[in-house]
Unconditional design. Structure first.
Length: 672
């Protein structure tokens, strides 16, 4: 599988696929960067990820283990310069060695380098490889093409073999001999290019499709039996490879128990194995969702391929109104007309939610008879309105629509209702999380300065960026304090932790620094007293802090640090250096900590950059190299506007993969 990482979007998208049908790979078409999946981990950490055993798979990647339990996996990032362009992911059956062989690792490295160059050239030439709705399915590679004599001999062998059938990776019949057609009970012309379970009622039970999927994934032979009639059972032996599955059918007859025919199951009744596979994947995925947005994305990515729907809308019920929280297969303008609709309006989604009963419409004519004012989107011709309930309490509504009329047999209706229950629980948890997180972020934003004060002789710019999905609020802060007519102070810091406690402590720390700066304390004395305050709080948390006092009249700056990252100093000639300061201990570690003050010249035209570790820290990467890279970008930047300059530096830090920590940054420029 080849995944690409579009610029600015933290989602790996499946672009190319080999050796697996789309129906099996569909759950992995979009992988968010924060997910616990080898492909995402490889991109995040910029390293090869190797999963060498089923035990390791189950322990570290339980969701993946549910669907590919007996596999080894290698995922390697495609990197050009400092940018991650995507990931290549290879799967082997569990018979593979528990270690990645050296020659395999070398081939993988070579592919990633060459693929990176190809992707880079395509992007520069205006012809980038863009993932479509479905990935490019690569044709199976044959080691060699048989000559005519070999091909005829193979054909003769297949014709003579009783019950020979060949399936492609999608399960479609590409060849069957006359004996196989007779055993299956249908003319060969009706079976070619179709999946057996779609054409044969007696194979309506999901066993065949389920075993086919298992053997395609595991690459191991399997077998099962099926009853065609009361006195005829067929044994199916499946042999897979990269191109498809060979099936050998052997009959054996049994006497019927009472001389009467057993009822034949309807083809439409049992759920398809692929549908069950998608739903199992959805159930596992929902356990990892955090926000309402995450739930909406997972539901859309999984349910549309599972049930063949063309459109999906997910709405919550708030204060007697419907709120659209996610949709796929609809335009934003179309969905806007339903956002905020009253539950008393009597529309299909409102009716389904208030009555606590699902609504199914098999065609637009049926929909129009029930709701004469119904609005049709495009050529949609069937709908399912599924209330999301928890112990009778309405949470929201899920709407699925289809391009063709659909019968919705009882088994499928029951499945959809069950899925709605899973989604309701995930959505309810996500709403609680969002409410808590919004409260925490409101608290944090209230504790940060709404605007920086105007200081004659200084130009400033600041940014605060919260962490990505799945993270709580953090304790990063910055401040600029006007201390006198020709002096000012700046501070930046990071309180340990990602929760409301960290945000509250950040507010107290910033207040302590601000108050003592106004009193004119030296940087070393200020940090020592602030440390005593932190220690007395006895919160169990620590904090880093960098304090800078600016003497604009004297053209100098005095700095002290409590375990914070070094500031960057860009001279008027754009020469940039990393200011390595004597590092005092973190605030709150010990009561009697001591700090040192360093004084530097600060001529007009000098720019100081203060930042927190979220800008330069990436798991598995050297933070010192990241700081050097940031300093180099600072030196090369030609932005005269400070707001544009800070955006340039932030973009440099965020250019490859999304960060897992908050970012605070403050630029200070002495006017010429």
């Amino acid at each position: 599988m080849l995944f690409l990482l579009p610029p600015g979007e933290p989602v790996l998208q499946l672009a190319m696929l080999y050796g697996s049908p789309w129906g099996i790979a569909a759950p992995w078409s979009r992988i968010r960067m924060e997910e616990s999946i080898p492909a995402a981990e490889a991109a995040r950490e910029r390293r090869l990820v190797w999963v060498g055993s089923s035990e390791e798979m189950a322990l570290n990647y339980p969701r993946l283990a549910l669907v590919v339990p007996d596999h080894t996996v290698a995922a390697s990032p495609i990197i050009v310069g400092d940018a991650v362009l995507g990931t290549v992911c290879l799967l082997w059956p569990s018979s593979h060695s528990t270690h990645l062989r050296r020659e395999e690792s070398e081939v993988l490295d070579t592919f990633c380098r060459q693929a990176g160059l190809v992707l880079q050239r395509g992007a520069k030439s205006g012809d980038p490889l863009l993932p479509g709705i479905r990935p490019v399915l690569l044709e199976p590679v044959r080691l060699r093409t048989p000559d005519r004599a070999e091909a005829l001999a193979a054909y003769d062998f297949a014709v003579r073999l009783p019950g020979a059938v060949s399936l492609d990776l999608e399960g479609r019949i590409t060849f069957l001999n006359d004996t196989a057609a007779d055993l299956l009970g249908a003319p060969a012309v009706d079976l070619l290019d179709a999946c057996p379970w779609e054409r044969l009622q007696w194979l309506g039970d999901p066993t065949f499709e389920d075993r086919f999927r298992d053997t395609v994934i595991s690459r191991r032979p399997t077998h099962f039996t099926a009853r065609r009639s009361p006195d005829l059972r067929l044994s199916f032996q499946l042999y897979p490879d990269d191109t498809g599955v060979s099936v050998h059918i052997v009959p054996f007859r049994t006497a019927s128990s009472a001389g009467t025919e057993q009822p034949v199951r309807s083809l439409a009744e049992p759920p398809e194995a692929t549908t069950i596979y998608h739903l199992m994947h959805l159930a596992a995925s929902l356990t990892e969702t955090v926000r309402v947005e995450d739930v909406a994305d997972k539901v859309g990515d999984q349910l549309l391929p599972a049930f063949g729907a063309a459109g999906l809308a997910l709405m919550t019920a708030d204060d007697g109104r419907l709120r659209v929280v996610g949709h796929q297969g609809y335009s934003a303008a179309f969905m806007a007309r339903f956002d905020g609709e009253s539950l008393a309006a009597g529309s299909p989604p409102a009716r389904a939610l208030t009555s606590h009963r699902p609504l199914f419409f098999t065609s637009f004519a049926e929909f129009k008879r029930a709701y004469p004012d119904a609005v049709r989107y495009g050529d949609r011709d069937a709908w399912a309105f599924l209330p999301l309930l928890i112990c009778g309490r309405p949470v929201g509504i899920l709407v699925l629509s289809y391009d063709q009329a659909r019968h919705f047999p009882p088994t499928e209706r029951n499945l959809l209702v069950s899925v709605a229950g899973l989604i309701a629980q995930a959505l309810d948890r996500a709403r609680l999380y969002d409410a808590k997180d919004n409260l925490a972020r409101t608290l944090q934003n209230g504790l940060l300065p709404h605007r920086l004060p105007d200081v004659p002789g200084l130009r400033t710019a600041a940014r605060y960026l919260p962490a990505g999905h799945g993270m709580d609020v953090g304790g990063d802060f910055y401040d600029l304090i006007r201390c006198g007519p020709a002096s000012a102070a700046a501070a930046i810091g990071d309180v340990q932790g990602h929760n409301v406690q960290a945000a509250a402590l950040m507010g107290q720390l910033r207040t302590a620094v601000h108050t003592q700066a106004m009193a004119g304390m030296r940087p070393d004395e200020l940090l020592a007293r602030t440390n005593q305050v932190m220690y007395d709080f006895d919160s169990g948390l620590f904090a880093s802090c960098l304090y800078v006092h600016l003497d604009l009249a004297g053209g100098s700056a005095r700095l002290a640090t409590a375990g914070h990252l070094p500031p960057l100093l860009r001279h008027p000639d754009r020469r940039t250096e990393i200011l390595e300061l004597p590092a005092g201990p973190l605030l709150g570690v010990t009561a009697d900590a001591e700090y040192s003050t360093v004084e530097i010249p600060l001529p007009p035209g000098t720019t100081i950059a203060l930042y927190t570790d979220g800008l330069v820290e990436v798991p598995g990467a050297d933070i010192n190299r990241a700081i050097v890279s940031l300093a180099d970008r600072f030196a090369r930047a030609r932005d005269d506007d400070l707001e544009a300059l800070i955006d340039t530096l932030l973009h440099h830090g965020l250019r490859s993969v999304p960060r897992t920590d908050d970012i605070a940054m403050l630029l200070i420029h002495t006017a010429t």
